[in-house]
Design a protein around this ligand. Sequence first.
Ligand SMILES: [Zn+2]
Length: 350
Amino acid sequence: MFKVPPIPAERLPGLLRAMPKAELHIHIEGSLEPEMIFALAQRNGVPLPYASVEELRRAYAFTDLQSFLDIYYAGASVLLHEQDFYDMARAYLARAAMDNVAHAEIFFDPQTHTARGVHIETVINGLHRACADARSSHGLSASLILCFLRHLSEEDALATLEQALPLLDRIVGVGLDSSERGHPPEKFARVFERCRALGLHVVAHAGEEGPPAYIWSALDVLQAERIDHGVQAVHDPALMRRLADERIPLTVCPLSNLKLCVFPRLADHNLLQLLEAGLAVTVNSDDPAYFGGYVNDNFTQLFAAVPALTARHAYQLAWNSFEASFAAEADKRAWHHRLKECFEQFTEND
Ligand SMILES: [Zn+2]
């Protein structure tokens, strides 16, 4: 790998913002800013239980995953038409391009919408059109990952997959999200087996609040290719060895972990420990509108809170993000090259 020259700490935030990166853990419904929630509510005549943008923003004081999910689902209720899904994804992609995201793999939760009577084609077509447009407007490549809500039944997930069958060319994979505790990955063994047989990539949230056992079953039962979050792996040395040996990527989301009280302070975050143990860690925003920051905010705030993180770690994290993506090998090589160039330019300008 490219030998990263030392870069003074005061120049690190600029480098973190400038470096090309992939975002692999972003829930598109979690990118809905309060202003857009209010605009869509008005456009669609959907009543909201909050009087103003400010009041909604004030409600974003979470104590755990569930307290967040309750507000998150209320926010998503304003999405009804294909244009709404398009506008939401377009806003995220424009924001991601500003953060020098070169590639995004975007989660969406169809069950959140189909349960309200919105057709799955409405959801997927709106999101897909925004992804296609991002390539021409921003030179950003984007793909979609359909997530099953784990607090619902496997039958519901199977029915969702059935509805998505005619649209499978518009998604690259499936994931598993929502309330983790009490909903182990093995609950979804059959639907994931079916998805793998259909040639879809599979990922799963595991070890965010849940125990390392959930990461084991995401790997062994679901055969997940990436683990979303996975920060609880540190409590299981055998699991840490396996994740390192097999280079299974973890899509870590520092500000989400802070806001949902997985770690009391950003300074206590274990990302450096995971990285130093040889795990293929990446940095992501999860639900940026709700957790106070997009991907660059996650990088700069974490690096500011953990001074032991240096330019070498930044390079590794960005390199991992491309490597861990489901993009074509030629694209990964091109992004890795751009990353190296960015770091070289940064040192030349010293
Ligand atoms: Zn997530």
